[in-house]
Design a protein around this ligand. Sequence first.
Ligand code: FES
Ligand SMILES: [Fe+2]
Length: 344
Amino acid sequence: EFNFFQNWYPIFPLEDLEINKPQSFTLLGQRLVIWKGEKQKKYQVFLDLCPHRLAPLSEGRIDEETGNLMCSYHGWQFNEKGICTCIPQAENQELVVKNQHNFAVKVFPTREENDLLWVWADANTPDLAEKKPLPLSPQIDKEKGFVWSSMVRDLEYDWQTFIENVADPSHVPFAHHGLQGNRKQAQPMAIEIVKSSVNLIEAQVSRLFTTTITFEPPSRLEYAIGFGDKGQQLGLITYCIPIEPGKCRIVAQFARNFAYSLHKITPRWWEHIKTRNAVLDGDMILLHQQERFLQQKLAGENWKNSYKMPTKADRLVIEFRRWFDIYCEGKLPWEKVGFSNFEN
Ligand code: FES
Ligand SMILES: [Fe+2]
């Protein structure tokens, strides 16, 4: 069985975070506070609940003197290990010292790599986090001649809907007509599955050049698009992060290894990347509704009956749905964090 919690998720590009300004984010139904004072070397991620009386710590501030995170409600303070260091109302200091662990905040393991802040979604298994490598993209690599940029966006549709959508390149000429593609240029798209296991699905689309699509569950869905006669490659790296039922965050990275000849070569995919937000908007209008229609159907039948998928263009969608059935029983672990299920 696949465990969504025991995984690394890149929840923010580092450039979108600010020192001395706590932020909140919900990862798999768990409200988090992300913070860093001038005294900390890296960002800290805690459960966004003050142990005193459950005020959101993301509304708190970094204390100038101690450099610790201070709750805005009654001023309790927490250091980077989550330990309570100060209770302004304490009659004696012993109360604080003796109860450091009792009054501690839950701390999530973090990493900073490839310009992203990564969080391990299970606060109870830091040892496991230590052992598990980050799902990094092989295309985010200066040594191989790549340059890249990063973006973040929250979407009003479910994690599974996003994965299904991005696993399906055949929607591009239609859903993004005029922006990226042209519906008149649509053609058969023979997707072949090259590898498929609980930890990785890899597919290829071969035309003049080969595009490889990799899904490393639960978050990384990546395109490596080859073209040209000099080994040029475009990378579209998306990380899809489940927020709660019907909501997900996309952290995307756009990589290329041909930075200087950009004005001469503009492959079709480039437009999809350049007009990022407009492209996501085009999908949103369809997907927000489509996922609800599917969920209604799934109450009484299997997706194999709800969908008609006769062409190879849907091959990776089928493989993803199979994976989701086999290893996740077709659902995200919302019950574990207090949501009943997918809420229409
Ligand atoms: S709720 Fe945080 S200090 Fe009281
Ligand atoms: Fe799209």
